[in-house]
Design a protein. Sequence first.
Length: 608
Amino acid sequence: MCGIVGYIGKRQAAPVILDGLSKLEYRGYDSAGMAVFDGERICTKKAMGRLKVLENLTHGGETMKGVAGIGHTRWATHGAPSECNAHPHTNSDCSIAVVHNGIIENYLSLKKRLQEKGYHFVSETDTEVLAHLLDYYYKGNPLEAVTKVLHRVEGSYALGIMFSDFPGELYAARKDSPLIVGQNEDGCFIASDVPAILKYTRNVYYMDNQEVVRLQGDALQFYSVDEEELTKESVTIDWDADAAEKAGYEHFMLKEMYEQPGTVTDTISPRIRNNDIVIEELKMSDEELKAIRKIHIVACGSAYHTGVTAKYVIEGLVKIPVEVDVASEFRYRDPLLEEGSLVIVISQSGETADTLSALRLSKEKGARVLAIVNVVGSSIAREADSCMYTWAGPEIAVATTKAYSAQLVSLYMLAMKLARVRGAIDERRFGELLGDLQCLPDQIELLLGQKEKIQHFANRYLGARDIFFIGRGVDYAISLEGSLKLKEISYIHSEAYAAGELKHGTISLIEEGTLVVALSTQPALYQKTISNIVEVKARGAFVMAVTNEENRAMEKASDYVVYIPETDPCFTNSLAIIPLQLFAYYVAVGRGCDVDKPRNLAKSVTVE
C-alpha cells in the first residue's frame, strides 16, 4: 500500500525523504506529500500524480529546508485521489502533522465527536481524524497525546508524527501495518519498507503492534501503548543495496525475471545437505512431521497460486489431504482445523493483511502455523510458529516473478521432506527428485534465453481483447499465474480455466482469432489437453502451447509451441511459468503500460 519515510538528524530532511519515497514507488500510489520543520513552523507540500511532480515542486527538496520531516505516497482509500486528500494531514494551525498507512475503522464516530467539539475537516480521509485527535489530547506531552490517540482508534495504522513544539523529535507508531526504524551516525529514520533506507543504514528495528517510538537526531526510545519504555534489538539487513536498483534493465520486472536462476539457487542450496533436504526452520521433529494429518495452505494472489501447485505436489508425493484457501475467504468461513492440522501461510512481504489475520485465526484455533515469507523480521515471520525464508532479496516490481519462483521451490522442498520422513517415497524416487530440483536454475536460465522468440510472438497480440489460459492438474495452477501476470500489467482481460471445464460454458467465449494459451506439462494428461485444444481451434481460436520437449504431438495440435526442458512433473510449474512471464512483460511493454507500477495495484496489500 502507501509509503512512509521520515528522517531527523544532521542532513537536510526533504532530499532524504524524496529519495526514500522513490524506493517505495513499487507499493502503488496516486499522490505524494512532505512535511518539514523549517526552524519556525511545519511546512507541507503535496502533489497529485507521480513522485516526480513533488520533486519538481520542491526542486528536489531544496526549497524545503529543515533537518526533520515526514513524507508519504498515498493510495486512495477514503476519498478520491486529490491534493487535499494527500498526506501529510495537519491540525488547524499546522502545529501537528501526520502521515498514515492503514485504515481507521471507527473514524466516522471519532470525526462526529470532534466536529461537535468545534473541529473543522477539510479532507475526506480517515487520517485527518488522527491529526485533530492528537490536537485534542496534546497538553504539552507528545508521547502522552500519541498513546491516548492509539487507545481511541480502531483499525490498522503505521504513523509518522511531528509536533512543532518539539522540533528535535519525530514520533511513530504501528498496528497491523508495517513500519521499520533505522539509525546511523547522521540521524534516525522511519520507513514502510527496507529499500527506502537501505542506502543509509542496514541496522533496523521492526516495530511490533501498538508500539511507539520517539526519534531524536541521535537517539531512539521505544514505548508500549501504555508508555512503558521497551528494549528492542536491531536486525542487520544483508541485502545487496544494488539489488534495489535496475542495474541497466529497462524495468525492475525484467531484472527480477533474470534474477530467478540465482533466487532459486539461493533458496534451495543451503537446504540441501548430504543428499538430503534439511529445513531447520521448521522446528519440527520427524515424529511431529509424521503426525500431520492435514495441511491448509492460505495465501493471496500469486502466493495463492503457488499453494494451488503445492496441493497437487504434496498430495501426489506425501499422500495427505491439502486444502488451499484465499486468505480473505479463509478468515470468514470459520475453518475446521482438526488436531494434526498444519497451516502454511505464504506471503512475499510478510505483511499481507488478510494472510496475517488468517495466521492469527489459525493460532487461536490451536493449529501450528508455518510461514513462507521473503522479508526477514516481518509480522508474519515473527508471529508464525516457524518460518521458512525464501531469500529472494528485494522485489520491487508490483508483479511478482522471483518471489513466486522462490515460494514454489520452498514448497517443493517441504513436500519432499514430508514424503521422505513419512516413508511415502523411497530413496530412489527421492534422489531423482533432488537431482531434478538442483537442475531448475540452469533450466530457467535456458528459458530466459528465449526472450526474443517470446517477444516476437507477443507483438502479435498487443491489441488483444481477451486471452484464455487452460490446463489440467498442475497445468491449471500454472494457468492461474500466467493469466494473472498478463492482466495485472497489460490490462488485457484474461482468464484461466481448468481445461475440462471448457464444455461447461467457457467455450462459448471463444471466437475467431481468440488466443488460447494451453499448458500441457503432465504426460498422463497430454491427450486430454490435446482434445481441449482441438475443441477451441474448431471455434476459431489460435493456440499457443507450452509443453515438454518430448511432447512433439503438440506441434500438430496447436499453432505455436514453446518447449520447456524435461523435469519431474512435480516441478514443471517452475519452468512453464517463465515463457508466460516473458509473454506478459512484452505484451505490456508493447502496449506502453507502466510495467513496474500497474494502475490500481500495490505491492504489499496491508489493508483488507
